[in-house]
Design a protein around this ligand. Structure first.
Ligand SMILES: *Cc1c(COP(=O)(O)O)cnc(C)c1O
Length: 370
């Protein structure tokens, strides 16, 4: 019998979320961000389920290759852009677009031989200070792109927000999004081309940033990083359910300690449930005692240190529980954002961290298995 831990990917929920995001930004086209194996949900299944997206966004060329293996028409854009001349050649041949974020990439384009044009997205650093061309260099980089024979004449202008999850305008982070928006508008004023700014949090909370293309990632998967507002509060549906089962139930005496390093001491004689899930599956090792897990659909607290393959639950509120009873680590009823907050991280980091030994099963009206 297989180990009971499984990640279920609900493609109907995925399409529901995509439709909800489109409805929030009705005049914008939607680039579905599917980097990092679609935030850990499985790139191939997600791309098939979102075949009606206007484009797919990935971080790396390797991810664009995987998309082109299954889908040859939807635009794909690589956020890191080309790193060498081979990348440029492959992208042009496969109609994969490139984010140009550094003047150093221009030489690659200017030296490229004749061939199909490369769709370029010029990324402007409006204050995040990660990737992007400084505002004062944008005009010259744009002019060189426009003059480059290898580049498609329609250059998209884009930027990325550092803190769109913060919505209180009285805080430094809350004020940041409007500052970045202003810098962007001043920088691109008068330049031709469509515009793209909004990640998930901006789609949900900053309508003035929607522009021509939205680029949601986390919200497609039902997650939100907007300050203490989990995805379901926006009507988003969890796309991943991480489910397991009790492997064993045992009675421990008051004063006994549970798991590695004996982190948690039983306050009384009590039942403890052992679940098939651990950090070897991607469940955070740092999850503190008391964090909720759903057993038979109802929350019970985790106790002791999460180990590689197992974790323990306090069964005092469900003393009748037995081996085989269903356990949900996150999903409907327990938003991954909530779970992540208990571990001091965000939902994205949890779904991305689900390891290869966890089987993924696709459900939904189009499910093709896998
Ligand atoms: C990852 C990414 C996004 C999507 O961000 P979410 O917060 O997941 O919506 C959008 N744009 C760029 C450039 C990204 O790298």
């Amino acid at each position: 019998m297989p180990r009971p831990l499984i990640a279920t990917i609900d493609t109907d929920a995925l399409r529901h979320n995509a439709a909800l995001l489109r409805a929030r930004a009705p005049r914008s086209r939607l680039m579905a961000m599917v980097k990092a194996d679609a935030y850990g949900h499985g790139l191939e299944q997600v791309v098939r389920a979102l075949a009606h997206a206007d484009a797919f966004g990935v971080a790396a060329l390797s991810e664009a290759r995987r998309i082109r293996d299954i889908c040859c028409t939807t635009p794909v854009v690589v956020m890191a852009g080309p790193i060498d001349a081979d990348d440029v050649a492959w992208m042009r041949q496969h109609a994969v677009g490139a984010v140009i974020h550094d003047a150093g990439q221009l030489a690659l384009l200017e030296q490229a031989p004749d061939g199909p044009p490369l769709q370029c997205w010029l990324k402007i650093d409006t204050g995040m200070h990660r990737l992007g061309v400084a505002p004062e260099e944008v005009r010259s980089v744009h002019a060189r792109l426009a003059a480059c024979a290898a580049v498609h004449p329609d250059v998209v202008l884009m930027t990325h927000f550092a803190s769109s999850d913060a919505t209180d305008l009285h805080t430094r982070n809350g004020a940041m999004t409007l500052r970045q928006l202003r810098t962007f508008e001043e920088t691109v004023a008068g330049l031709p081309g469509v515009r793209s700014l909004a990640n998930s949090a901006a789609v949900l909370e900053w309508p003035q940033t929607h522009a021509d293309w939205i680029r949601p990632g986390g919200a497609l998967y039902g997650m939100s990083v907007v300050e203490s507002r989990p995805g379901p509060e926006y009507g988003l549906r969890a796309v991943m359910q991480l489910d397991s089962a009790l492997l064993a139930v045992k009675q421990v005496r008051g004063g006994e300690r549970i798991g590695y390093s004996g982190l948690w001491e039983a306050p009384q004689d009590m039942p403890v449930g052992i679940v098939a899930a651990g950090y070897g599956d991607g469940y955070p090792r740092g999850m503190p005692s008391g964090a909720p897990v759903l057993l038979n659909g109802r929350p019970v607290p985790l106790v002791g240190r999460v180990s590689m393959d197992l974790l323990a639950l306090d069964l005092r509120t469900q003393p009748q529980a037995q081996a085989g009873d269903p356990v949900r680590l996150w999903g409907d009823g327990l938003a991954v954002d909530r779970v992540a907050a208990d571990a001091g991280t965000i939902g994205y980091a949890l779904t991305c961290a689900v390891t290869a030994r966890v089987p993924k099963r696709c459900v939904g009206s189009d499910a093709q298995g896998g």
